[in-house]
Design a protein around this ligand. Structure first.
Ligand SMILES: [Zn+2]
Ligand SMILES: [Zn+2]
Length: 108
C-alpha cells in the first residue's frame, strides 16, 4: 500500500525538507528512486510525495518508507518546541498531528 498525497499535507511536506529537483538524478525526479537515498522504489514500497513544481517544471517525487519516517521524526522535533498550539495542546495543530502519524507508520 502506498499512501496518497492527502495523508501528507503540503505544510507537512515542506517540513520534510525535500531536496530541490535540480539536485536530484533523473530517476529520483521521476519517482523511480527515493528522493533522499539511492533506494529503488516499487509501487508497494513507495511513498507518494505529491506533485511539486520546481525549476524544470512539475515533478512527482517519491520516497521509501524509512526515509519518510526518519524525516518526519526530525521534523517533529524541530516543529513541536517552536509551535505554540503544539506546546499547549498538540490536538490543535494539524502539523503536530500529522507528523507523529507518519513517524508511527514508517519508522522502523
Ligand atoms: Zn529513502
Ligand atoms: Zn504545531
Amino acid at each position: 500500500m502506498s499512501i496518497t498525497t492527502q495523508e501528507i499535507p503540503p505544510e507537512v511536506l515542506a517540513l520534510l525538507a525535500l531536496p530541490e529537483s535540480d539536485t536530484l538524478t533523473p530517476d529520483q525526479v521521476r519517482g523511480a528512486v527515493c528522493a533522499w537515498c539511492p533506494r529503488r522504489l516499487t509501487g508497494a514500497t513507495a511513498v507518494d510525495l505529491g506533485e511539486l513544481t520546481g525549476d524544470d517544471g512539475r515533478w512527482w517525487p517519491r520516497a521509501c518508507g524509512p526515509c519518510v519516517g526518519r524525516r518526519a521524526h526530525q521534523a517533529l522535533y524541530a516543529h513541536a518546541p517552536l509551535c505554540e498550539p503544539c506546546v499547549d495542546d498538540v490536538g490543535r495543530c494539524a502539523t503536530g498531528r500529522a507528523l507523529p502519524r507518519l513517524v508511527r507508520r514508517y519508522r522502523r
